[in-house]
Design a protein around this ligand. Structure first.
Ligand code: PMP
Length: 358
């Protein structure tokens, strides 16, 4: 007997996720924050984690953390739902609002998990593909598709194209359709201040904003994401979530991080400065195209991308993300913005390899 014959039909063909993390000297493949965080910030987080009693179950809705997040965004705690990373919240949103007859609309190339989670939750995923050259969204086509959908996800800034969503587009989705609209702001701290749409949630019950501590906060390992949404959405997610998915250590670490977030501002500023330098230097290499980015990564179209990526890994111990096989991203590599030294190393190595490969 093959156990896979017994699997739920919608899950046929799914395989364990392999991020292809070959251990490397420099890892710029997963849009993490590779900067050393300020000692005062780390001390506060570590002290909070050390104080947590481990013998008790966590507070299911993370009351204290939820309160701090609500204060951060000027909403009531009832507007906030925490999750085990943004990933858990994305899955739970599709589990709650998707299903047969409830379509999801996305704008690929975007975060591949949207389509994956939709498939797992037996939700039709309708793709409104971006312009292949500029990655801009066809707003009329998106609005038309959203009229037939339960849920729309737009990503601001988008992974992996780096561009922000125009607030006017979100306004049209809210005004001209009945869909729930999720703005995924995993990278918004790297965009100009004022780019977040979280402040609009209280006036728009169908608008939801996803945030994470995995990027700007440098805490991808903690697994803490949250949603700012209407209390009815939050209550539904609270009803279906794994009750203890956000553990006591994550709650304590995240609370200390949120309270001390001002200490991270210089780190984010440095990443933004470095992003500009990285984009400029990569764009100056013959044959390489770089798109403008408001996130902590840049997308580059590189001659011989797949070979260049493998040689970066094998000869220079530098890991970047290969999207050259992905629809709409042919020949593209995504390079996270690292520290100054890491960025210099990737610029040097990539310049030499592109010359050799073209
Ligand atoms: N949204 C986007 C656009 C992402 O790129 C990611 C992580 N790569 C996530 C959500 C989820 O992040 P996490 O689960 O680490 O919070």
């Amino acid at each position: 007997m093959n156990v896979l014959d017994r699997v739920r039909p919608a899950l046929a063909g799914f395989e364990p996720y392999d991020p292809a993390f070959t251990p490397c000297r420099i890892n710029l493949s997963a849009n993490e924050n590779t900067h050393e965080l300020p000692e005062e910030f780390l001390a506060a987080v570590r002290a909070a984690m050390a104080r947590v009693p481990l013998n008790r179950y966590p507070d299911p809705m993370s009351g204290e953390l939820r309160g701090a997040l609500a204060e951060r965004h000027g909403v009531s705690p009832r507007h906030v739902c925490v999750g085990n990373g943004g990933d858990e919240l994305l899955f739970n949103l599709l589990f709650a609002f998707g299903g047969p007859g409830h379509a999801l609309v996305t704008c690929p190339p975007d975060f591949a998990e949207y389509a994956n989670f939709a498939k797992m939750c037996e939700t039709e995923c309708v793709a409104v593909w971006r312009d292949p050259r500029t990655f801009s969204i066809d707003v009329d086509a998106l609005v038309a598709a959203a009229r037939e959908a339960a849920l729309v996800i737009v990503t601001s800034p988008n992974n992996p194209t780096g561009d922000l969503v125009d607030p006017a587009l979100v306004a049209r989705l809210l005004d001209e359709t009945d869909a729930l609209v999720l703005v995924d702001e995993a990278y918004v701290e790297f965009a100009p201040s004022g780019s977040s749409m979280a402040g609009l949630v209280a006036q728009n019950p169908r608008l939801m904003v996803l945030r994470t501590l995995s990027k700007a906060f440098g805490m991808a390992g903690v697994r803490l994401g949250y949603l700012v949404a209407d209390p009815a959405v939050v209550d539904m997610l609270g009803a279906i979530r794994q009750i203890y998915s956000v553990d006591v250590v994550a709650q304590a670490a995240a609370l200390a991080a949120i309270r001390n977030r001002a200490l991270l501002e210089p780190v984010v500023e440095d990443i933004v400065t470095e992003r500009g330098l990285l984009a400029e230097r990569l764009g100056a290499i013959d044959g390489v195209t770089v798109w403008p980015s408001e996130a902590n990564f840049v997308l580059a179209r590189v001659p011989g991308a797949s070979v260049v990526r493998a040689r970066l890994r094998d000869e220079h111990s530098i890991l970047v993300r290969d999207f050259s096989y992905a629809r709409g991203l042919e020949g593209c590599l995504r390079i996270s913005v690292g520290t100054h030294d890491e960025n210099q190393a990737v610029i040097r190595a990539l310049s030499a390899l592109v010359k050799e490969e073209s």
